[in-house]
Write a protein that binds this ligand. Structure first.
Ligand code: NAP
Length: 676
């Protein structure tokens, strides 16, 4: 059978493999199928192309431009995903595995696209946190900002998720404004290559934003500098080797590592047989052991159950695992396909044997199991294997050996502290789950185990219909873990984008901070305009445009009317003596909501116009009580403008209510949607 070529995409050119290429076998049949790798690849030219062409192209765009790019790319991949499914069966993955890898990857891109539009500005600078008051009179302030690194992100990925593994890193990188060079694991790089081809063929990507290395990376890491980032996913051994590259150490190159992990799942003490939680636990564990044939960094490797329930867990889990049909992943009804390669199968069996020195195999026999529609000898098939360790306290291998396949070890715990101690023996994991209907158990585990795990997943009867699964990293949530898991962090919404940006502390006057952040800072210039701001369209309003209203005097009658009209007859508004006994009030005071309503009455322009809706208030503070006889007036300033869609954008107004002495009575941010 002739082999197909898996190419690299370097500095705008597709480069075919050369004689140095490695062969890639079909996981299901074991036959050589493709080849990848080119020792002549000019890695320095690739880095320069990314830095000099891709970076500037991406940095010219705003966060919103890049978010729109992500959305369009995800939509394009979505239209062509059948081709990705068809090819990906050769990796041993089933259709439901494709849903995690291919649909999951595309979904991750959509989430970053939407977060980029909703949570980041339509600008080139991201403001990280609030203004810090650094001086008494407010003429010298501080603000943290993030700007894109001006280098290149090198993404080195594991074989198990050729599409998701690429997209979960690519989405935050492109959103940050940084070009990427993607290097998938050779065993499954042909699927990644197709996804890259599809994205490039879409014509959406600016030149230099995305390059691909199929096969070895050559000396690329030796040429990295201080503006570059490496984001690595793979084994702890490879991570250690790569992070020790002299150029990475000498230049303080950011190195994000996602490594292997001995993830645990704990059956709560309350979850006895017969409860919905017990059944849920069996279902989750069995699914995590067999999805992707256990080749999942988040798969459950250690099952921790109360000692009295061990027999029940072995019985129920064995019954469920026995129903998992193994075979050609293309066939209907097949729940578990092959491991990715014969080498991976050898590795899993070796590691399982090591675990077997401390634990007894209670389910699954690698020498005797059924395979449907394929040959157990030729394809890289293994059955699910469940071990039981009777003495998890003295055992070591079960806590440090990752068999990257459908292998897990069950162990008993005496009490919750013991369960937490066992979960933490993994020395840092990506995820630990607890199946419990007891909120106190959940809190105790969070306190005892939080520091050892990147994610804690709790599930029970209340959440089980909608829970997303122990093993699913979500784009909204942080993925990564301490210690053995690599000490890295990815995704987590905008947090993941910041890994590709530099955070800089900015100090200066309000005017300087307003100009840098395109967000009005109190103390900087206000400009008045002859027309009322509510009559001006989104595009015509400028940051700092300010309206000063006339004043309105509050009467006792106003307070009485408001109290009886709304039903808010709280004593501080109705009873002078009682209000005086309260440390906050000099006597009867106006309702805060009355002041807000009067403020709207002062600043509003009533005619139909570009202001479409008031969508909320942020950061409302009542700072000084207002009593009958006081007068209030309002200052309304355009603080920030954020386009939302083709018709309108959001205007954030800074609103200050002052009394007749100029003291601030209330302050808040008003949000309106304004037509373009
Ligand atoms: P691996 O052997 O460590 O390889 C990972 C990546 O590193 C591959 O792309 C590999 O490329 C590359 N690589 C190896 N040596 C290199 C070198 N000298 N220079 C540059 N690149 C090099 O891991 P794997 O077998 O693909 O993946 C399985 C492991 O990944 C498991 O331990 C699993 O737990 C872990 N994993 C972790 C996560 C996570 O998010 N934490 C996710 C998935 C997997 P080649 O294939 O070309 O050698």
């Amino acid at each position: 059978m002739s082999l197909f070529d898996v190419s690299s995409f370097a500095a705008g050119q597709w480069i075919a493999p050369d004689e140095s290429a490695r062969q890639i076998a079909n996981a299901v049949t074991g036959e050589a199928m493709a080849r990848a790798g080119n020792a002549q690849l000019d890695v320095e030219a690739m880095l320069e192309h990314a830095r000099n062409v891709g970076g500037p192209n991406l940095r010219r765009m705003t966060f919103h431009d890049r978010a729109r790019l992500l959305k369009a790319l995800a939509g394009h991949l979505n239209q062509h995903k059948q081709a990705l499914y068809d090819l990906s069966f050769n990796t041993g993955a089933t259709q439901s595995d494709h849903m995690i890898d291919i649909d999951g990857g595309i979904g991750t891109m959509f989430v970053f696209a939407s977060k980029g539009r909703r949570e980041m500005p339509d600008a080139h600078i991201y403001l990280d946190g609030d203004v810090e008051q650094l001086s008494r009179n407010g003429t010298f302030l501080g603000q943290h900002i993030c700007t894109p690194l001006q280098g290149v992100a090198v993404h080195i990925n594991a074989f198990n998720f050729p599409v998701w593994g690429m997209l979960e890193k690519l989405a935050p990188t492109l959103l940050a404004g940084v070009p990427a060079i993607v290097k998938p694991a050779t065993a499954t790089c042909y699927v990644t290559e197709l996804a890259v081809r599809l994205m490039l063929q879409s014509g959406l990507l600016p030149e230099g934003a995305l390059q691909l290395v199929s096969g070895g990376l050559g000396p690329m890491l030796d040429h990295l500098g201080m503006q570059d980032v490496v984001s690595f996913t793979g084994s702890a051994d490879t991570a250690l080797k790569l992070r020790a590259t002299p150029a990475i150490l000498n230049n303080s190159v950011r190195f994000i590592a996602e490594q292997d992990s001995l993830n645990a799942s704990v059956l709560g003490p309350d979850a006895t047989p017969g409860t919905p939680e017990f059944d849920l636990f069996i279902k989750e564990v069995s699914r995590e052991m067999t999805t992707k044939a256990g080749q999942k960094c988040t798969a459950i490797r250690r099952i921790i159950a109360p000692e009295p329930q061990i027999d029940a867990v072995i019985g129920a889990l064995s019954q469920r695992l026995a129903k998992v049909q193994i075979g050609d992943p293309r066939l209907e009804g097949i729940k578990m396909g092959a491991l990715v390669s014969a080498a991976q199968k050898r590795d899993v069996l070796e590691k399982a044997a090591l675990i077997g020195t401390e634990a007894t195999r209670v389910f699954g026999n690698p020498d005797q199991f059924d395979v449907t529609g394929a040959s157990a000898e030729d394809g890289a098939f293994v059955p699910p294997m469940l071990y039981h360790c009777a003495d998890p306290d003295t055992a070591e291998r079960i806590h440090d050996t990752e068999a990257f396949g459908p292998v897990a070890t069950l162990m008993g715990y005496r009490d919750l502290d013991h369960a937490v101690a066992l979960a933490n023996r993994g020395q840092g994991s990506l995820v630990a789950s607890v199946i419990t209907n007891d909120a106190d158990v959940a809190r105790d585990v969070a306190i005892g185990a939080g520091a050892y795990h990147g994610r804690l997943y709790f599930n029970n009867r209340a959440s089980m219909q909608e829970a997303t699964g122990h093993g699913s990293p979500l784009p909204h949530m942080v993925h990564g873990g301490p210690g053995r898991a690599g000490g890295g962090e990815e995704m987590g919404g905008v947090r993941g984008v910041k890994h590709y940006m530099q955070r800089t502390a900015i100090q200066g006057s309000p005017e300087i901070l307003s100009a840098i952040g395109t967000r009005w800072v109190p103390g900087s210039d206000e400009h008045s305009h002859p027309e009322h701001p509510f009559t001006r369209r989104f595009g015509d309003l400028a940051i700092g445009d300010t309206l000063h209203t006339g004043s309105r005097t509050i009467t006792l009658q106003d307070i009485e009317t408001f109290a009886h009209f709304t039903g808010d007859t709280f004593y501080a508004h109705m009873d002078d003596e009682a209000a005086k006994r309260n440390p906050f009030f000099p006597g009867r005071v106006a309702h805060g909501y009355l002041l807000l309503s009067f403020a709207a009455g002062l600043f509003v322009q009533p005619d139909e116009g570009p202001v479409l809706a008031n969508t909320g208030l942020d950061n409302l503070r009542f700072m000084k009580p207002v009593v009958a006889g006081d007068s209030i007036q309002v200052r309304l300033t355009v603080k920030q403008k954020t386009p939302r869609n083709d018709e309108y954008g959001e205007v954030r107004w800074h609103v200050t209510l002052t009394n007749q002495d100029g003291d601030v009575a209330a302050e808040y941010e008003l949000l309106t949607m304004n037509a373009y």
